[in-house]
Ligand binder design. Structure first.
Ligand code: ZN
Ligand code: ZN
Length: 348
């Protein structure tokens, strides 16, 4: 077994603290890489606090992982020692079901193996995430990253990036479309970057007028303050698509009203309470309310390649792992531009 250092929550009430654990030896189809950077996703906090479902403890969070390959199994074809490698929100799936065969491992009918707070496909071995010094993952779930990008700023692409890229591609959002992006956090700022890169006319919808400058700096053409009744009224029936990235509880009906006839609102955030949808919000204008979860492995690679080609990365603030609690406190307040990334060299 491989001795691994990480930061773990021992239960839902304790803060993260150093913890040593074991990862499996590198099997014939496995890639081992030393982690250089790991993004801090809002879901890390939801999960260590048991806000979504009862978690598996001790829990080592982190699913925006970038590093350098140090060992590969005998049958590994696509990676060699020294390559830059990345892992996102899943480390395995059944590889046989209808969805896995369509490159939609995120919707594996047997259940994929999440990178942490989940189980390997054997149904019993817990998975541990990227707030750690090294990781072993089967080759099919490891991604290639271009050397020319800022690797720390690549890390958030593995969750925040693919979570916004995948739905915009699936619904073919691009030239001639008016896209609204709700929320300007880790997900939202990537939604703006991809929307703009795909040629859509992008509006950021936010409760805070203070974010207008930031939204425009990220490339959004317009900004709408959703607490301003006159602005909301003027924007009714104007969007082809709305990408809702907010994980706090909020009123979906307000945004559905802003869609054009046949428009689609796509939810990628995960509020803890169920939303109340008025039937009139969708029947008036034949509107669709949809959802999307991360992206498949092939699509995640496509996204990373697209980012390398168009020089797109996340806007980040790098932190020392010892400051993770402060980062969480700031993240809850929305006080981060736009993703914290842990410099794993600080894990001693
Ligand atoms: Zn995430
Ligand atoms: Zn499957």
């Amino acid at each position: 077994m491989i001795q691994t250092k990480g930061y773990a929550a021992q239960n839902e009430k304790t803060p993260l603290a150093p913890w040593t654990f074991e990862r499996r030896e590198v099997g014939p189809h496995d890639v081992q890489f030393d982690i250089t950077y790991c993004g801090v996703c809002h879901s890390d906090l939801h999960q260590i606090r048991n806000e979504w479902f009862p978690g598996i403890f001790p829990m080592v969070p982190g699913h925006e992982i970038v590093g350098r390959v140090i060992k590969v199994g005998d049958h590994v074809k696509n990676f060699k020692v020294g390559d830059i490698a990345a892992v996102g929100c899943m480390v395995d799936s059944c590889q046989e079901c209808e969805n896995c065969k369509r490159d939609l491992e995120q919707y594996c009918l047997q259940g994929n193996s999440p990178t942490y707070n989940g189980l390997e496909q054997d149904g019993k071995t817990p998975t541990y995430g990227g707030y750690s010094n090294t990781i072993v993952v089967r080759e099919e779930f490891v991604l290639h990253v271009s050397e020319k990008l800022n690797l720390a700023a690549v890390a958030p692409l593995l969750c925040a990036g693919i979570t916004t890229y995948s739905p915009l591609r699936h619904w073919k959002v691009g030239k001639g479309h008016k896209l609204g992006v709700v929320g300007l956090g880790g997900l939202g700022h990537m939604g703006v970057k991809f929307g703009v890169a795909f040629g859509a006319d992008v509006t950021v919808l936010s409760t805070s007028p203070k974010k207008e400058k930031d939204a425009k700096a990220l490339g959004a053409q317009h900004f709408l303050v959703t607490t301003d009744k006159a602005q909301v009224k003027a924007a009714k029936n104007s969007f082809d698509f709305i990408l809702d990235t907010v994980s706090a509880d909020h009123d979906f009906n307000l945004y559905l009203d802003l869609l054009k006839t046949d428009g689609t609102m796509i939810c990628v955030g995960v509020p803890s309470k169920p939303a109340e949808i008025a039937a009139f919000s969708i029947i008036a204008g034949r509107k669709s309310l949809a959802g999307s979860s991360i992206g498949g492995i092939a699509e995640t690679q496509e996204m990373l390649d697209f980012c390398a080609e168009h020089n797109i990365v996340s806007d980040i603030e790098m932190i020392d792992i010892k400051d993770i609690q402060t980062a969480y406190d700031r993240m809850v307040k929305g006080d981060v531009r736009y993703r914290f990334v842990i410099d794993m060299a600080t894990l001693k």
